[in-house]
Write a protein that binds this ligand. Structure first.
Ligand code: PLP
Length: 297
């Protein structure tokens, strides 16, 4: 695999990036992470990803043991060593291993890691041209009272079971609900619904995606009536357009929900608002206020 990782203070090839099976990150999903992307040689909103990663570590009482500037340097260096122009760049902090014979998390030595690999899409550009078929999955998203979704986490069994269901039902990805008829989020993305000039995204039970924030800012700038509130699944079915937001692709068009065409367009035709958000999102990648050139040296 092409890429570069940073483990135990060293830069290594992806196949040499390993952790102990006794690390609670592996045994208990006891970890946090963040993912930024590099597009055409530039990080996008890197400061926002670092902010969120630091906040997640603090909330989970994890100490990555490295400061913000070192994290930034490590990310640049992973991309530089991998020689990637378009990259998926992840930071991780795991709980680590407890003292021998102990189950006390306070005895764990937390571990910081990072890696850069080629860009990973939620839906590749070909699929994005015709939009995807989103399935409303059966599993309930893990409740915010159990695991705070604003902390980026690996509690993904609900999503993974939902993905199996989506593929069996002919879909391309899955969205989960809060179990009471409201849209939550999906594996790696937030959800937006368009109703005329209004754009709605769920207010709670979700990760506050960096792309979600970008879409909210863009929608306001473009004069849409941006609403951050509860979004019913029934409402989603009546939307004119639906799109997903993710670091893995920006605004990703959804043209079918459970196999039924969204809005009044023919199946596979991306709606005008989604197209506008997509174009505006990628245009921001040319704006120096949002980008940071990779230090290729
Ligand atoms: C559960 C979940 N929701 C939403 C998102 C989108 O967040 P961002 O826009 O920061 O990529 C992600 C990203 O991985 C995610 O894992």
């Amino acid at each position: 695999m092409n890429g570069c990782a940073y483990v135990d203070g060293e830069f290594v090839a992806p196949e040499d990036a390993k952790i102990s099976i006794f690390d609670w990150g592996f045994l208990h999903s006891d970890a946090t992470y963040d993912v930024a992307h590099v597009w055409q040689g530039k990080f996008f909103r890197l400061g926002d990803h670092l902010d969120r990663f630091e906040a997640s570590c603090t909330a989970l009482r994890l100490d990555p043991g490295v400061g913000r500037e070192r994290m930034r340097e490590v990310m640049h260096e992973c991309v530089r060593r991998a020689g990637l122009r378009d990259a998926y760049v992840e930071l991780l902090c795991t709980r680590g291993r407890p003292a021998p014979g102990s189950r006390d998390p306070r005895t764990c030595t937390n571990r910081f890691m990072a890696f850069a690999i080629p860009f990973v899409w939620i839906a590749d550009p070909d699929k994005q041209k015709r939009g995807i078929n989103l399935i409303v999955g059966t599993p309930q998203r893990i409740p915010p009272g159990s695991v705070d979704p604003r902390i980026k986490n690996y509690h993904w069994l609900d999503f993974v079971m939902g993905l199996f269901e989506a593929y069996e039902r002919g879909g391309e990805t899955v969205v989960l609900t809060d179990g009471a008829g409201h849209v939550a989020e999906g594996p790696g993305f937030n959800v937006f619904a368009v109703f005329g000039r209004a754009i709605v995204t769920p207010s709670s039970g979700v990760l506050e995606g960096v792309t979600r924030r970008t879409m909210i800012e863009l929608a306001e700038r473009e004069g849409f009536d941006m609403q951050v509130r509860e979004l019913g699944v029934d409402e989603l079915r009546r939307a004119d357009e639906v799109f997903l937001s993710s670091t893995g692709g920006g605004a990703i068009a959804v043209t079918q929900l459970d196999g039924v065409a969204i809005g009044s367009r023919a199946t596979g035709v991306v709606g005008p608002v989604t197209q506008r958000m997509q174009d505006a999102y990628w245009a921001l990648h040319e704006d120096s206020r949002y980008t940071e050139a990779v230090r290729y040296g």
